[in-house]
Design a protein around this ligand. Structure first.
Ligand SMILES: NC(=O)c1ccc[n+]([C@@H]2O[C@H](COP(=O)([O-])OP(=O)(O)OC[C@H]3O[C@@H](n4cnc5c(N)ncnc54)[C@H](O)[C@@H]3O)[C@@H](O)[C@H]2O)c1
Length: 354
C-alpha cells in the first residue's frame, strides 16, 4: 500500500483524489490546503469514514512522515518551493504542470534532483488521453512516415474561477502559453522526437476578463494566440489557441503529417482518423475511441487516472519518470519563448533562453 498526500485540494487536486481512489494499492492519508472550503471538498470526496489527516499548511504534511508520495496541485507560482521542500523529505512527487513559472525555477528543481532520492514526475497528463496516446504510438511506429508537420488546436471556454483568482495574472501562472499550453509543447516534443529551435507567436488579450478587477488590477493573461515552433530535422509545429470558443464542436484537435500519411484526433468526439498518401481520401479510416478502460474519467478523458497508474508503477518498480523534470523545463521554455515573441514581435531562438 502506497501512502499519498495531496497538497492543494482545489479543482485539479479533486480530480487527483477521485482518480487515486479508483486505484488499488493507494491510500490517501493526508491533505494540505490553507483554504477551508478546499479541505471540506476533499473530505466530502474521501467519504465520511476517511482516516485522512488534514493540514492547513504544506510544511506540516511534508514533515509528518505520513506520506510515501505527494501530488502537488497548488497554484503554479508555488510549485518550485513545494517540489524542493518535498524532495528534501525524500518523498516521491507528482507535480502539476507547469513545473515552474520561470526557467530559473525549473533549473533550481533540476539542481535539487542531484541530491534527492525522490522520483519527480511532471503532470503532463495530455500524454495519457487515450486518443492522444494512440496518435503518439501510431506516429512513433511510423504510420505517417518521416514527420514534418504537427498541428494542435485548443478552442475552449475561458479560464475558470480559481481560489483567490490566482490564474488571472501572468506573474502567478507564467502566462497563458506557459500555464495552459505547456501541455501542447510537451506533446510536440514527444511526437517530434527532437528539440525545438525557435518560436514565433502572435497573440492577444481581446475578449476575456476585460471587465474584471482584483485589488484595482485588471487580468493580463492572453486569451488567443497562434504559435509556430520550428523543431530539428525540418519538423514544424503550430498551436492555435482560442479561449472564447465555447461554440466549438471539439475542444482539441491534433494532427501529424509525414511523407507517407496523416493521423488526426478530435476530443471530446474521441475519434481518430488516419490515411496513407498512396490510398487517397477513400483509404482514410475513422475510428470512434472510448475512455471506458479508465475507472475514473474526470474532466480529462481518463488521463489523470492513467497518469497515476503509470506514476504508481514507476514508484513500485523504481523506474525513471515518464515525464521528467527536464521535459517539464523544455515545455516551459517553449511557452516562455512564445510569450516573449508576442511581447517583442519577433522570433525567439530557444538557445538564447537556456
Ligand atoms: N493537468 C491539467 O490539465 C490541469 C488542469 C487544471 C489545473 N492544473 C494545474 O493544477 C494546479 C492547481 O490548479 P487548480 O485549477 O486546482 O486551482 P485551484 O485554485 O482550484 O486550487 C488550488 C488549491 O491550492 C491551494 N493552495 C494554495 N497554496 C497552497 C499551499 N502552499 N499548500 C497547499 N495548498 C495550497 C488553494 O487554497 C486551492 O485550494 C495548477 O498548477 C494548475 O496549472 C492542471
Amino acid at each position: 500500500m502506497l501512502k499519498y498526500g495531496i497538497i492543494g485540494s482545489g479543482q485539479m487536486g479533486s480530480e487527483h483524489i477521485l482518480s487515486l481512489r479508483a486505484i488499488p494499492g493507494i491510500e490517501i492519508v493526508a491533505i494540505a490546503d490553507p483554504n477551508e472550503k478546499s479541505r471540506e471538498l476533499a473530505s466530502l470526496m474521501l467519504g465520511p469514514d476517511n482516516q485522512t489527516t488534514f493540514f492547513d499548511n504544506h510544511n506540516d504534511l511534508l514533515s509528518s512522515g505520513l506520506c510515501d508520495a505527494v501530488v502537488i496541485a497548488t497554484p503554479n507560482m508555488t510549485h518550485e518551493h513545494l517540489v524542493i521542500e518535498a524532495m528534501r523529505q525524500n518523498i516521491h512527487i507528482l507535480v502539476e504542470k507547469p513545473l515552474s513559472t520561470t526557467l530559473k525555477g525549473c533549473d533550481n528543481i533540476i539542481k535539487e534532483t542531484a541530491t534527492s532520492n525522490s522520483l519527480v514526475w511532471v503532470g503532463m497528463e495530455y500524454r495519457f488521453m487515450p486518443a492522444i496516446s494512440r496518435l503518439i504510438s501510431m506516429s512513433q511506429e511510423g504510420f505517417a512516415g518521416d514527420l514534418h508537420m504537427i498541428s494542435m488546436q485548443e478552442h475552449r471556454f475561458p479560464f475558470l474561477d480559481k481560489v483567490n483568482n490566482w490564474n488571472r495574472f501572468n506573474e502567478n501562472t507564467g502566462g497563458t502559453l506557459v500555464e495552459k499550453c505547456c501541455h501542447f509543447f510537451d506533446l510536440m516534443r514527444l511526437i517530434a522526437g527532437c528539440e525545438a529551435i525557435s518560436v514565433f507567436a502572435s497573440g492577444g488579450r481581446d475578449v476575456n476578463h476585460l471587465n474584471e478587477s482584483y485589488s484595482g488590477m485588471t487580468p493580463d493573461i492572453l486569451d488567443n494566440a497562434f504559435v509556430v515552433v520550428n523543431f530539428e530535422h525540418s519538423i514544424r509545429a503550430m498551436l492555435d489557441l482560442c479561449m472564447f470558443a465555447e461554440g466549438s464542436e471539439d475542444e482539441h484537435r491534433v494532427s501529424v503529417v509525414g511523407d507517407r500519411g496523416k493521423i488526426s484526433i478530435s476530443l471530446p468526439s474521441n475519434t481518430i482518423s488516419y490515411g496513407k498518401r498512396t490510398e487517397g481520401r477513400q483509404g482514410v479510416v475513422k475510428e470512434q475511441l472510448s475512455s471506458s478502460d479508465a475507472k475514473y474519467v474526470g474532466f480529462h478523458h481518463g488521463s489523470t487516472y492513467f497518469e497515476h497508474l503509470a506514476f504508481q508503477r514507476a514508484i513500485l518498480e523504481n523506474e525513471r519518470p515518464k515525464v521528467s523534470v527536464e521535459d517539464g523545463y523544455k515545455a516551459v521554455a517553449i511557452g516562455i519563448a512564445a510569450e516573449l515573441s508576442i511581447k517583442e514581435g519577433k522570433p525567439i531562438t530557444l538557445a538564447n533562453l537556456y
